[in-house]
Design a protein around this ligand. Structure first.
Ligand code: ADP
Length: 204
């Protein structure tokens, strides 16, 4: 009679099999690491990350807004709008630095992405410039670890696949030429972007 018999040490496995549901397993998709582990893909809220700098998808007035910008402003606290006001805005395609205030991150790099206007208004070049200038600012400020959201792919309407290709290619070519930053996180919040980045990075 073997029913009810559990091999010592395997109780945990039986427990796992009974309790894991597909949506939980989903969260354990391994994060992808590329470029000798310097590029890391994660699905998370960027405001929670303990990195040297997070990049904000900001607007030209640096006035705070919805989406990731709103989340960063809420988490950084009331000193952030004050610091942003002193910067006197930021041109599209460029970026500016502030302290991270109440965030775990030391700095916020506010990058102003392009609004999608159909693709003939230099949107791709402007988005590329956001990533490049953010990385240059990071190097100038001794930032070793930096986290990017999927700039312009929310309210600004940039097609997600094209934006992901630009982000990955721009960061990869920068890292080929520069020793810093040592870690670049692509932080996806929505599932579409996470799947796209996963596919593009896996096949790179
Ligand atoms: P944009 O105006 O540049 O399009 P959005 O904030 O609307 O900026 O969207 C940019 C991306 O940020 C979107 O892919 C959205 O899913 C993502 N996002 C929203 N909130 C967060 C967050 N807390 N952490 C990371 N990414 C976020």
């Amino acid at each position: 009679m073997v029913s009810g018999f559990v091999v010592p040490g395997l109780e945990f496995l039986v427990f796992l099999k009974m309790t894991i549901r597909p949506n939980i397993i989903n969260q354990y998709i391994p994060n992808i690491m590329k470029q000798n582990s310097r590029i890391i893909l994660i699905r998370d809220d960027i405001t929670k990350l303990n990195v040297d700098a997070i990049v904000n998808a900001a607007n030209r007035k640096l006035a705070g807004g919805g989406g990731v910008d709103g989340a960063i402003h809420r988490a950084a606290g009331p000193e952030l709008p004050e610091a942003c006001r002193k910067l006197d805005g930021c041109p599209t395609g460029s970026a500016k630095l502030t302290s991270g205030f109440n965030l775990p991150a030391k700095y916020i790099i506010h990058a102003v992405g392009p609004v999608w206007r159909g693709g003939n208004s230099k949107e791709s070049e402007i988005l590329e410039s956001c990533y490049k200038i953010s990385l240059e600012i990071a190097v100038q400020n001794d930032v070793s670890s930096i986290a990017f959201p999927n700039i312009s792919t929310g309210i600004y309407g940039f097609p997600k696949r094209e934006a992901a290709e630009i982000a990955i290619n721009t960061v990869s070519s920068f890292l080929e030429k520069s020793k810093q930053p040592t870690q670049v996180f692509f932080v996806c919040f929505d599932e579409d972007n996470y799947k796209l980045y996963y596919e593009l990075l896996r096949n790179k």
